[in-house]
Design a protein around this ligand. Structure first.
Ligand code: ADP
Length: 663
């Protein structure tokens, strides 16, 4: 069994004057490389080199260096805990595969003993305990691994470390005893007293074959090499670190911005507010001269710029019309649904080949142009534009990714706001519907109850008073019958309106001659009014009028209702006119005008509401249900037409217009 003894502990025990120090992995790497480079510089004979790696994988990263080191010396020993194919072997250098439970597996050692210099790095890894929360972020960072140990040029320390390591080597590979003994002899290791405190650096060094070490091998030169290498490695480490910091900072900035937009999105369901935050944050984060965010559809020809981030001294586009469909950059981004980044508008084929775009670029001083579409499930919701008015450093890939990330967030935010707005609208509609339903029940109840009460009173009187004079009896009967008829009409109109409003009507659209429909309507009006004198009815419908596309039955219904009303609200001395003409928009406009009692201007719209009657249902003088115009409105909408009323006011006559599409 191998005891997990630390080599560092052994060394510190042997040389108690030593004080261990903390080293980060990056410093360890730099020191090791600089020490190895001293060997590779090759000015100090055949040094003894012992390197102990915690794992085989760490050795693999340096294997090529050790192959080169082995070319300089025959006394090179590499120790590592095996993982895949590292084993005891004697190839270009001696490989010693130690047991992973050996204390060596937690240590990093490098000892170099040359003729004129010696150096060693003997360190033990300090494993951070999991509960140390503040180190959680560092645990993943290899460079932040910490070691505790000794790094020195002291020959005594280096020799002791070498001696201890050689002992372990022999334990693992007894067949190397002879070679190790040779090393001990060559590098004077056996003579090193365990408790000697003073540095023995130059004095215990092996005598130079050709004279003194000062005269032959200039120590300052070696330390210069070492220092130079060390600085290079540290610089490289520093550079890596700075790069890592920069990328962390960029990532952090990106996350902050994305968070900001997300928070804004959560806090606000107002698309304008969301866009305003995004435009300002994005513009300043990317140090743009101008940042625009606008909502648009693929088919929009132009937009009005209403949100903008602007750098001082840059001309504003606020309130300007921004052409989209004629802009090849916009089209490119929309067609491919991806960002377009033009570094130099003067050079890029999209911007330099189009004369109008060149003028725009010049007028608004756009040197670099970035367009990122705001998409949601493949639908274009808007565009993010960033402009640079002078040549600056191009935006980096991570900055472009940031704009795209914001555009994605924006897409989701806008959809959320849109959905919310729809929901609000839907809620309002539902509320209105609910109100209408309640009103409807109340009004219908009232409308039905009134004639029903009259009928009841009449019938009760008739049955309870058998002596009633025949004249009054007749009046009673007629009143009851009249109100029964009114109720019938009311129920019928109400059912018709409900049917139309349900949206279940199967429209039978056909090509019709308007004249025929007017004639049919007129005859039914006349038939219904046999008991009274109607005003004069004039029809001015040209035979040349094109055919219209509508459902014939319903068209006659509209005409009948309008003519009925016109006759009802006009005395027999007045006139009613039916006229029709093409309105130039693919529609025939029909007019039913009368010279009757007219409509007050503020009632022109409400006459189409259900149960609207100017004098109120109870004081009604002209009969009717108050549902006729509401029915007309539904029918006309059914064929895609419009209906409206005009009147110069009380007693100035009324005009009812409606449109029907031409075939
Ligand atoms: P009604 O059965 O009461 O006629 P309508 O819906 O057809 O119901 O009309 C609603 C109200 O519009 C009428 O009661 C009347 O006050 C007004 N109105 C409709 N047509 C005319 C018209 N030609 N002249 C004046 N007022 C009209």
């Amino acid at each position: 069994m191998i005891a997990p003894i630390s080599l560092l502990a052994e060394l510190l025990q042997a040389l108690p004057q030593l004080r261990a120090q903390i080293y980060f992995k990056s410093s360890m790497t730099a020191l090791s490389h600089a020490m190895e480079d001293l060997v590779l510089a090759g000015s100090d004979g055949e040094p003894l080199v012992i390197a102990s790696f915690q794992r085989e994988r760490f050795y693999r990263q340096e294997a090529h260096r050790y192959r080169r080191i082995a070319e300089r010396s025959s006394q090179v020993y590499v120790l590592a805990a095996p993982e895949t194919d590292f084993k005891n072997s004697s190839e270009c250098h001696e490989n010693i595969a130690f047991d992973p439970s050996d204390g060596l597996s937690q240590e990093w050692h490098l000892v170099v003993l040359g003729e004129h210099y010696s150096t060693c790095l003997i360190c033990h890894e300090k494993i951070l305990q999991p509960p140390q929360e503040e180190n959680r972020g560092l645990r993943g960072m290899d460079q932040a691994r910490r070691f505790e140990g000794i790094w020195t040029f002291d020959r005594e320390v280096s020799s002791k470390a070498a001696a201890l390591l050689l002992e372990r080597i022999v334990k693992y590979r007894p067949e190397l005893t002879e070679k190790v003994d040779r090393a001990r002899a060559t590098y004077n290791l056996v003579k090193v007293p365990k408790t000697k405190r003073k540095s023995v650096n130059s004095k215990t060094a092996l005598p130079d074959k050709k004279g003194t070490q000062e005269s032959k091998v200039p120590i300052p030169k070696l330390s210069d090499v070492f220092a130079e290498r060390l600085v290079t490695y540290l610089q490289a480490g520093q550079h890596k670190l700075l790069k890592a910091y920069a990328s962390i900072a960029a990532q952090e900035r990106k996350e902050r911005l994305v968070n900001l937009i997300t928070t804004a999105m959560r806090q606000s369901l107002n698309p304008h507010e969301i866009i305003e935050i995004a435009v300002q944050e994005l513009g300043s984060a990317l140090s743009a001269c101008r940042c625009l965010i606008y909502r648009c559809k693929t088919t929009d020809a132009q937009v009005n710029i209403d949100r903008e981030f602007l750098r001082a001294g840059v001309s504003s586009l606020l309130g300007e019309t921004w052409y989209l469909q004629e802009n090849p950059v916009f089209n490119y981004a929309v067609e491919r649904q991806q960002s377009v980044y033009i570094l130099d508008t003067a050079e890029h084929p999209l911007t330099s080949s189009n004369e109008e775009l060149r003028a725009i670029v010049q007028r608004w001083q756009i040197v670099s142009w970035l367009m990122v579409p705001v998409l949601y499930q493949g639908r274009i919701l808007g565009m993010v534009e960033l402009h640079q008015s002078r040549s600056t450093l191009p935006w980096e890939e991570d900055e472009l990714a940031l704009v795209e990330a914001i555009a994605t967030q924006l897409g989701a935010a806008l959809i959320q706001a849109e959905t919310y707005a729809h929901l609000e609208e839907l809620n309002q509609q539902l509320e209105a519907l609910d109100r209408t339903r309640s009103n409807l029940i109340a009004i219908t109840g009232h409308e039905l109850r009134t004639p029903l009460s009259t009928i009841q009173v009449c019938l009760e009187s008739l049955s309870s008073e058998p002596d009633m004079p025949a004249e009054i009896r007749q009046i009673m009967l007629e009143t009851a019958l009249g109100d029964a008829e009114r109720m019938r009409k009311l129920v019928q109109d109400f059912l018709t309106l409900s049917y139309l409003e349900s949206g279940q009507v199967a429209w039978n659209l056909e090509s019709l001659t308007l004249q025929e429909c007017v004639d049919l309507a007129l005859s039914s009006v006349k038939a219904r009014s046999f008991d009274r004198t109607l005003p004069e009815i004039i029809t001015e419908v040209s035979a040349q009028l094109p055919l219209v596309k509508a459902d014939g039955e319903w068209l006659v219904e509209v005409l009948s209702k309008l003519l009925d009303n016109a006759c009802k609200f006009t005395n027999s001395q007045g006139t009613v006119t039916v006229r029709a003409c093409c309105n130039g928009c693919g529609m025939v406009e029909v007019l039913v005008a009368d010279t009757g009692r007219g409509i007050e201007p503020n009632s022109l719209k409400v006459v189409f509401d259900r149960f609207y009657q100017e004098e109120g249902a109870l004081r009604r003088s002209a009969g009717g249900t108050g549902l006729g115009l509401a029915i007309c409105k539904q029918i006309v909408a059914g064929w895609g037409g419009k209906i409206w009323a005009d009147s110069a006011g009380k007693d100035k006559g009324s005009e009812f217009h409606f449109t029907i599409p031409i075939v």
